[in-house]
Design a protein around this ligand. Structure first.
Ligand SMILES: [Cu+2]
Length: 159
């Protein structure tokens, strides 16, 4: 009786073991088939906090440390309804902004998303945000996958 119980136990754990191995194999295949991660380094990722539900601006420095150009095509986040890439510029003494559909960064070059220039326009907050919070935003690249970056929420006066 005890022996049967022992065998049953072994057989169950054996099946479980195979199942785990199958799962591990499936997972490694999924990783292998996933889009490549772009060879970029993101620093100073931050979101300037404004009151209410005003659109927020997201800034960062993106450095292409790969050997091929990378093209940033946009961003998404579960924390915002919509994210657009914009560029601010001066025209007739007025500050204006225009949508940017994509931005190509050559190898060994950096682009600065910063006040008065490129920024992510973050619209429709899906959660309340406070200074010091971090908010995940996924940067999307043409032909080279996506990268999720933790943006730090900073005061409106911060650069
Ligand atoms: Cu904007």
């Amino acid at each position: 009786m005890q022996r049967i119980h022992w065998q049953k136990h072994v057989s169950i754990s054996g099946t479980h073991g195979r199942g785990s191995m199958m799962l591990a194999l499936l997972l490694s295949c999924a990783v292998a088939n996933a889009a490549p991660v772009p060879s970029v380094v993101i620093t100073q990722a931050r979101v300037r906090l404004l009151p209410g539900n005003l659109p927020l601006a997201g800034y960062f420095t993106l450095t292409n440390d790969g050997s091929a150009p990378v093209t940033l095509t946009g961003a998404i986040s579960g924390s915002f309804k919509q994210i657009m890439m914009h560029r601010s510029f001066e025209s007739d003494g007025m500050s204006k902004m225009a949508p940017v559909a994509k931005l190509t960064i050559q190898p060994r070059k950096s682009v600065h998303f910063r006040p008065g220039s490129y920024h992510l326009m973050l619209m429709g907050r899906q959660q309340s945000l406070s200074v010091g919070d971090t908010v995940p935003i996924q940067l999307q690249f043409k032909n080279s996958g996506a990268l999720t970056v933790e943006f730090k929420v900073v005061p409106v006066g911060a650069q």
